[in-house]
Design a protein around this ligand. Structure first.
Ligand code: KIV
Ligand code: NA
Length: 277
C-alpha cells in the first residue's frame, strides 16, 4: 500500500472518489485499518473518552496525543495520519499553536494536524500553514467548545446557524487549510460547502454529500459503550466479543478447565530424574 499525499486527496475530490477516514489510538488498530485499505487515520482527542474514560475531550493533553500518534504511526506507516490538536494546545497564541502542531510532525511523524473552529481560528491556521504544515479544519459541532454550543448538539439546522457554518468553512479554506471536517450538520449544508470549496470536505455525522467520511473507531466497532451518537453505524460488537471471551476465561480458570496439558511446558526429556532429588 502506498501512502496518499495531499495532492492525491485533491484528485480524489475532483474525480468523485470518496475518501475513507477512521480514528485510531493504538498500534493494533492502526495495523487493522491499514490492512483494511483506509485512506486516512485521525488520532482524535476523542481518545480522552475512548481510551482514558474522561467524560469529554477537554482534559486531553499534548503529551497524550503525541504518545498515541506515535503508536498509530508505527502501526500504519503507509497511511495518511492526522494528529488532533487538544484543548489549550492552540487557543492561547499563534506561536504556541505552531509549536504544538510542529510537535506532532517532529515527534510522531504525522502527515497533517486538525484543529477545531472556523472564523475564530483563522490566524492560528494561517500561522501553522506558514510553518509548512498541512492543516485540516473542523467546523459544525466542535466538542472542545461544546459548553458554548450548549452541549454536543448538531449545528446549522436553522438558516441563521447554517450561515455561520458556511462562513466558518470559507474562513478555514481562505486561511490556507487543505482539508475540512464538518461535524453534525444537515447534509444540505455539507453539500453546499463541498461544492463551494476546492479543498476536500469530509463528514462525521454530516451526510453523504461530500468528499469522504469519518467515524470514531470505538463507536464503529462497538467498543465504546457509554453512548452512541445517532450518526454512528455499528459494524461490529467488539465489547460483546471481548466480554464473552473474558467470561469464558473466568469460568475456565474457576472450574479447572484451563490450563490443560497442551498449554504447559514439560520438563526436557532425560531431566526428569534430576527433578526427583
Ligand atoms: O477527536 C475526534 O475523534 C474528532 C472527531 C469526533 C471528529 O475530532
Ligand atoms: Na477531536
Amino acid at each position: 500500500k502506498k501512502k496518499l499525499m495531499i495532492h492525491e486527496l485533491y484528485k480524489m475530490k475532483a474525480e468523485g472518489q470518496k475518501i475513507t477516514w477512521l480514528t485510531a489510538y493504538d498500534y493494533p488498530t492502526a495495523q487493522f485499518a491499514e490492512a483494511a485499505g483506509m485512506d486516512m487515520l485521525l488520532v482524535g482527542d476523542s481518545l480522552g473518552m475512548c481510551v482514558y474514560g474522561y467524560s469529554g475531550t477537554v482534559p486531553v493533553t499534548m503529551d497524550q496525543c503525541i504518545v498515541h500518534s506515535e503508536a498509530v504511526r508505527r502501526g500504519a506507516p503507509n497511511t495518511f495520519v492526522i494528529g488532533d490538536m487538544p484543548f489549550m494546545s492552540y487557543q492561547i497564541s499563534d506561536s504556541s499553536a505552531v509549536y504544538n502542531a510542529g510537535r506532532f510532525l517532529k515527534e510522531a511523524s504525522v502527515d497533517a494536524i486538525k484543529l477545531e473552529g472556523g472564523v475564530r481560528v483563522t490566524s492560528r491556521i494561517k500561522a501553522i500553514v506558514e510553518a509548512g504544515i498541512v492543516v485540516c479544519g473542523h467546523i459544525g459541532l466542535t466538542p472542545q467548545s461544546s459548553g458554548q454550543l450548549g452541549g454536543h448538539k448538531a449545528q446549522g439546522r436553522t438558516v441563521e446557524s447554517a450561515k455561520l457554518v458556511i462562513e466558518d468553512a470559507l474562513a478555514v479554506q481562505n486561511a490556507g487549510a487543505q482539508m475540512l471536517l464538518v461535524e453534525a450538520v444537515p447534509p444540505e449544508v455539507t453539500g453546499f460547502i463541498t461544492r463551494k470549496l476546492h479543498i476536500p470536505v469530509l463528514s462525521i455525522g454530516a451526510g453523504a454529500d461530500c468528499d469522504g467520511q469519518l467515524l470514531i473507531v470505538s463507536d464503529m466497532i462497538g467498543q465504546f459503550t457509554a453512548f452512541t451518537p445517532k450518526f454512528v453505524k455499528k459494524y461490529a460488537n467488539v465489547a460483546e466479543v471481548i466480554t464473552n471471551a473474558m467470561k469464558e476465561y473466568v469460568a475456565d480458570v474457576r472450574e479447572g478447565r484451563f490450563p490443560t496439558d497442551e498449554y504447559c511446558y514439560h520438563i526436557i526429556q532425560g531431566e526428569e530424574e534430576k527433578f526427583q532429588e
